[in-house]
Design a protein around this ligand. Structure first.
Ligand code: SF4
Length: 347
């Protein structure tokens, strides 16, 4: 009989190795990748023109291709919101609810194996690698609260954990699993060499925007100014681009940092008030918030002009547009560095 396992595939090295170790034991492995909307790859890197020379790939698909396995990409954006907004176990150093998030993903994988008649779940977790979700004390919490219990096997650190059903039943040979602990990446890199894997990624912060301090500051500001914790996919996308400046509780400026972001943000012109510098090149600004009065428009334009190539000129011409595409010209003196309070600058 061939046993079947589903591997949580993030696109990083650990999940690649965990799946490979089980595949090597003759188990049929398929991958599952949960799309939360907070993955770094494929978003800002794909938007920014300055990153154009870098190869852009979907790392989860790349891992599946390396392993020769089927990958199921599951959109969990809506369900995952509750994890982000109300994490029972709290946040990590930033707005990352890693323990709740891991429990959620393993729970979804558990539902998936029941629906698809698979036998167990594999993750690339390594004990002691992550301060929140990959500690000795939190690993059993993930197994228990997800409902997966002893059907959750962590091949990279199995020797440090109680035996799971696949080991106890002899579906997999525990001796061929590992006991990796800690934050050093050397054991994983040695294993990657052994299997001949090259060109794998080891993204900082797990490749997740929620672990990014700048992103978290902007996200928290969004919640504070809305008066409640809620977000939509467009919020999520716009938090990933531009320079965010809040001169007033009622509105925020999102100023494109470069040409690729200018193009990307142009797609939002029918949704938001926008400012575009016309007498000098750069940048497009989106106004997120209430309809601006004339004084606020002039302030917003002066801030935008500060980030244009006309920043040292006496006057810069800009176009202020409304979502219905009506617009008017504005001439302003760019705001000086000294006049702009540091607290306005979110990130
Ligand atoms: S890094 Fe992001 S995706 Fe990974 S467990 Fe934490 S919150 Fe979830």
């Amino acid at each position: 009989m061939t046993y079947k396992a589903v591997a949580l595939i993030s696109g990083g090295l650990d999940s690649l190795l965990a799946a490979k170790l089980i595949q090597e034991q003759g188990i049929h492995v398929e991958g599952i990748n949960f799309f939360t909307g907070f993955c770094v790859e494929g978003h800002s890197h794909a938007i920014r023109k300055k990153d154009n020379e870098e190869v852009k790939r979907n790392n989860a698909l790349w891992v599946a291709e390396q392993l020769g396995i089927k990958l199921h990409i599951v959109d969990v954006v809506e369900e995952h919101k509750d994890v982000v907004i109300n994490p029972k176990h709290g946040y990590g150093a930033n707005l990352n609810p890693c323990l709740d998030c891991k429990i959620f993903m393993v729970q979804k994988a558990h539902e998936w194996i029941e629906d698809n008649d698979f036998d167990f779940i594999i993750t690339g977790e390594v004990m002691g690698q992550r301060p929140m979700s990959q500690r000795k004390s939190t690993m059993p919490v993930i197994s228990d609260e997800s409902g997966a219990k002893d059907l959750l096997l962590r091949p990279l650190c199995a020797h440090n954990l109680p035996e799971t059903k696949p080991e106890l039943q002899g579906w997999v040979d525990r001796e061929k699993l590992h006991g990796i602990t800690g934050r050093s990446r050397k054991p994983q890199m040695a294993l990657a060499d052994q299997f001949g894997f090259e060109d794998y990624t080891q993204p900082a912060g797990g490749g997740c925007f929620l672990t990014d301090p700048n992103y978290s500051v902007k996200f928290q500001d969004l919640w504070n100014n809305r008066g409640d914790k809620r977000y939509e996919p467009d919020d999520n996308m716009l938090l990933k681009v531009g320079r965010h400046i809040r001169p007033d509780n009622s509105f925020k400026l999102i100023i494109a940092n470069e040409e690729g972001e200018n193009h990307f943000m142009s797609g939002y012109k029918k949704q938001f008030q926008t400012i575009q510098t016309v007498s000098h090149s750069d940048p497009l600004t989106i106004i997120d918030g209430a309809k601006l009065n004339q004084q606020q428009i002039e302030l917003a334009c002066a801030i935008n002009a500060r980030y244009s190539k006309g920043r040292d000129e006496a006057s810069v011409e800009l176009v202020f547009s409304n979502p219905d595409q009506t617009f008017h010209s504005v001439h302003v003196k760019p705001m000086s560095v000294e006049d702009m309070p540091a607290k306005w600058q979110l990130a």
